[in-house]
Design a protein around this ligand. Structure first.
Ligand code: SF4
Length: 107
């Protein structure tokens, strides 16, 4: 009887600890994901803006010099492959990307 009670108590304790750890793991994972993730072309906002990570693959792009890296909404550093965009908070866009909101960065 005693033995049973002990193992049952141990099981409950382990289960409770496991459940308690889940929300923390989620916070850690989503925290790092939103800091450095490249936006996906299939993201609903990106898709609505017809965003392409490779500007040359965007049929709507008329100005062949238009890239995220020379867009007014782009705040990435020159020479880096990706950077933040004011339209996609918490995500990065490709320096060589493009979307319909492109506006030339003032010189
Ligand atoms: S707004 Fe500019 S920087 Fe942002 S995704 Fe569109 S083209 Fe790229």
């Amino acid at each position: 009887m005693d033995h049973h009670d002990n193992s049952r108590r141990r099981f409950i304790k382990l289960t409770a600890m496991g459940l308690a750890a889940v929300p923390f793991a989620n916070v850690l994972l989503s925290g790092t994901a939103s800091a450095a993730d490249l936006i996906s072309e299939s993201d609903p906002v990106a898709a609505a803006m017809k965003y392409k990570a490779d500007a040359t693959k965007a049929p709507e792009r008329k100005d062949t010099t238009a890239l995220c890296s020379n867009c007014n909404f782009y705040t990435g550093k020159a020479g880096e492959a990706s950077g933040p965009c004011a339209l996609f908070q918490g995500k990065l866009v490709a320096a060589n990307g493009w979307c319909t909101a492109w506006a030339k960065k003032p010189a």
